[in-house]
Design a protein around this ligand. Sequence first.
Ligand SMILES: Nc1ncnc2c1ncn2[C@@H]1O[C@H](COP(=O)(O)OP(=O)(O)OP(=O)(O)O)[C@@H](O)[C@H]1O
Length: 280
Amino acid sequence: MQDALRLEQVSKQYNGFKLEDVNITLPSGCIMGFIGENGAGKTTTIKLILDLIKRDSGSIQILGQECRDMPRALKDSIGVVMDTCCFSEELTAKHVGKIMKGFYASWNQEKYEGLLRQYRIDSMKKVKECSRGMKMKLSMAVALSHDTRILILDEATSGLDPVAREELLETFQDFIQDEEHSIFISSHIISDLEKICDYITFIHKGKILFSEEKDALLESYGILHCSRRELEELSKSAVAGVREGAFGVEALVKRKKIPGGMHVDPANLEDIMLYYSREE
Ligand SMILES: Nc1ncnc2c1ncn2[C@@H]1O[C@H](COP(=O)(O)OP(=O)(O)OP(=O)(O)O)[C@@H](O)[C@H]1O
């Protein structure tokens, strides 16, 4: 099946920052979480995918089509939610729907109104009168009310309370039930991504450190508590990161490379990200 998203050797240079040789493949029917510290290059990558800024080199395909000068039919297939609401503050949710109807050929007014009700958004309320969470939900309602095949979300769940986030995560899972739908989502709420993602891509200082299946990633790493001497006896390739404590060391290790008798605790995504960043 065709990939939902494919970036090959994508680079972009700003004064003081370089996004370098980014390679990402998101298969259709999957959710990919995009993680990295502040300033790592997540929004820059997303803007490149959406053709909002020009790349210096590399290729980007969405649903098998080159994203440069995006054709209208492709725009209809992409639902976007950025970290800030992009609708004019004076518009009501009802007005937003009217404008979007002209923008998307496949606009589904009934679905939009249903989502406004589901998200408890008053259609007569102006954008400026909405809380941050309500604005995010409004953006999400728009993103889901056309013939969307891929959702691209930049920090879309930030600012939402845990109940609203849970609701949205369920919406995401419903969305990808059909094998043709996919989601690329950046977030600092790593636990949310751990719940819903099939793939995790980690960007650090403009470079992709890994882009892998989440389950394989979580299975392959673990946390080892041991003495410094025990650590020194391990193969260097077994250790991805070390934290020194008063009573020994704690290390992120590759399970397969650890001798049988040693106990290794499970690592979560946040552990993996923190150890990798620190090691860098
Ligand atoms: N238009 C621009 N001109 C110059 N530098 C920029 C521009 N946009 C972003 N940058 C720089 O690119 C780097 C990456 O920024 P980006 O917004 O992609 O990070 P991010 O991973 O999304 O961070 P955050 O998690 O804080 O949102 C930063 O150093 C930022 O200052």
